[in-house]
Design a protein around this ligand. Sequence first.
Ligand code: GTP
Length: 793
Amino acid sequence: MHRVKNVQYNEEDLYDDDEVDEGQGEEQLTQEDRDNFANLTPVVRAELEEAGLQASDREIQDALWNYYWDVGKSVNYLKNSRTPRPQRQASKKDAKAKSKFDQAAEKAETGCAGEGWVRKFSAAERRDFAMPPLSAAEWFQGVPWTGLSPSIRGNLVPAEPVRPRPRLLGGSSKLAKLAEERRKRNAAAAASPEVEVPASNGALSALDRLASIKDGKENDKPAATTQAEPRKYPIRKKREPTPPPREPTPPPAPAEPQEEAPDLRASPTAFGRTLSTSPRQHPTSTMHLKDVLGASSQSDPFNAPSPDDVVMRAQQHSKAVSNTSTKQASTKGLERQTQALNLDADATPQQAKVRSKGLDVPRLWAEEKSKRKPSAAFVVIGHVDHGKSTLMGRLLLDTGAVAQRDIDKYQKAATELGKSSFALAWVLDTDPQERERGVTVDIAQHHFSTDTADFTILDAPGHRDFVPNMIGGAAMADMAVLVVDANQLDSGMKGQTREHVLLAKAVGLKKVVVAVNKMDDTKPTAWREAAFEAVRDEVRSFLTTSGFGEEDVLVVPCSGLGGENVVKAPSSMGAAAWVAKCNPTLLQALERSIPSETESKTVTQPFRMQIADVFRGSIQNPLSVAGRIVAGHVQVGDSILVQPSGETAAIRALDVIDEPRDFAVAGQIVTLHLQDIEAQHLRSGDVVCDPKRPVHLRKSFEAVVEAVDPLLPQAVDIHIGRLHAPGRIERLVEVMGSETGRKKPRIVRQGQKAKVKLTFEDAASSGFPLVDGEKVVLRAAGATVGYGVVDAA
Ligand SMILES: Nc1nc2c(ncn2[C@@H]2O[C@H](COP(=O)(O)OP(=O)(O)OP(=O)(O)O)[C@@H](O)[C@H]2O)c(=O)[nH]1
């Protein structure tokens, strides 16, 4: 019996550090290497089979690898390695050379008496002779240094650095030959510069470059010197990656000017970008605001050139710079732009403050009424992938708001991404991520007009992760378009359709147009009337039980992909013939659902708008905010207060539906181009208001809410339009309705209305701008738990 010491080994202990994982090596193969393997392996195999020999793929490929794809050499090598070599007869010379010591050692080794006799042991005998396995301790027992005290034990330091084990077939002399051949080829190539080294063979050409650089330096050295370097050559690209060639150090490049990142608290979202798609605007500027706006406003605004003068001057200066110093200008990006703007020069003024024209906006608005078409903004809601963006793309295409050539362009690009069916959706999903994932992330805004109305589309994301964005979009809308896939009723009503309908209600929308979409895909046949009726009845009943009036809900069948019954009614022939008999088109349904115009009394209230987005537009308008005016009006030149930052700004220009205007009123979705404010004081969810009638900040407030889920004092996310902040239900004040008067309940049951006290979590902040009557949504753990209105701010 023998003792076996259980010696623990790490995986790393079992493998040589120099070994490079085969798989890893494979990953370093270039495409050309793989092609070569694929093409040449069968050729070598055929040659071997002709000679009656066999070899595995691996052997063939190793040979090809080591002979640099030389089929002849590889075949020879494999043939030789397969042909048994005749036993070399010991020559007399060898015999003579053998010393007596060697002969004695030979005898001892074979364990036989007679010379040249080799005893063949049977397997059983061999087993008997086999030593019992030894533990590490047993193996080293008796070795003197095992007993040494650690304090006097030396460290075993190899005299030379450990080299990787040679792994090349043919050994170093062959490698040396290969290296020599390669070097000669390089020399020839260098002599005829027009011969290009193929770039595709990355590692080899890198080696070539390395060799040639070296050669270049060592031109005058004798060949023998260079021959001493073969080991550097075929270092296995496969096992040990070739180091990148050492290119001569380039002269230090002139430092690129560092672009200072703007300190935006809220970066522009897809929504912001769509708002800034006015043809007059340019891609987002990355210029530092301070440079563009100037450090402070001027006391006399007319003491300086106008903004147009600034741009003209900058353009002229730009030309001058490029003429006098083309080289310099071509190498420096932002620096050139900055020089061209000549921001530091005396001639470059700060932006002149735009003066208000002092318009009587309510009067003008009333006077314009007869010239205005009815208008509405609608939010497009529904479960993910039910076809919201595609349907809106179709609407924009068929109303002429988007050109067919743009759709063709999207079609081409989408096909390249393998998402050809998303071409129409790409009109609204402009973010590369949205396009790649085929999922809307943020609200997209587009406008279109018909002969009788103007519409703004707010395309909301259907995915549950982006519900906060959906709430922000819905809060800006007059009505909703609910898109339901005719074939996915179950998942639709159980998924985001249900929550979106609740949220549409929560933010105060009254009118809903239901588009029963993908009618071209109903089973078992397209445009099955019964399928439409089933969906219509189900959705209608859900909407009415959710609080929407029967007369406020219109349901239409359609196909966004094919375009039937979106803008045009389907043909009176064919499977969809029944549609035109009793159903309006989607467009007709929209026109019928436009709510009556904003009442004039709202226009005379103090100005208030929640910021939906902050973004940078052009040099003229470097900082802009967008949103829907909730109350009042503004005009160019007005001062506004931003809450909660408490900073003021001036409106230097404003756009309504991408058109520059002098003023805007409640109900309009606008872009305000600001000056005299830094970007860090603005973020989406903030409120801009009249400085004389400011919206006050609240750290806590009461709200009357309806419980979607049972409510307790608990943590919630508080959503007020685009604002969402963590908070908690501090107190359940009172249950309303049939149980009026019941104070301090311990729980608000599902469906009950209650007054609750809410507190924002961020105690350090000065609070958030709130107004009595604003709609509030409470969410917890990714689901809506209640909604209502701010009661006592
Ligand atoms: N057959 C058919 N497919 C459609 C129709 N409308 C959309 N689709 C397809 O449905 C898929 C999803 O379309 P989207 O428009 O991205 O859906 P969505 O609801 O906007 O998705 P999210 O914005 O991510 O919520 C795409 O593959 C569309 O081609 C339709 O009318 N018929």
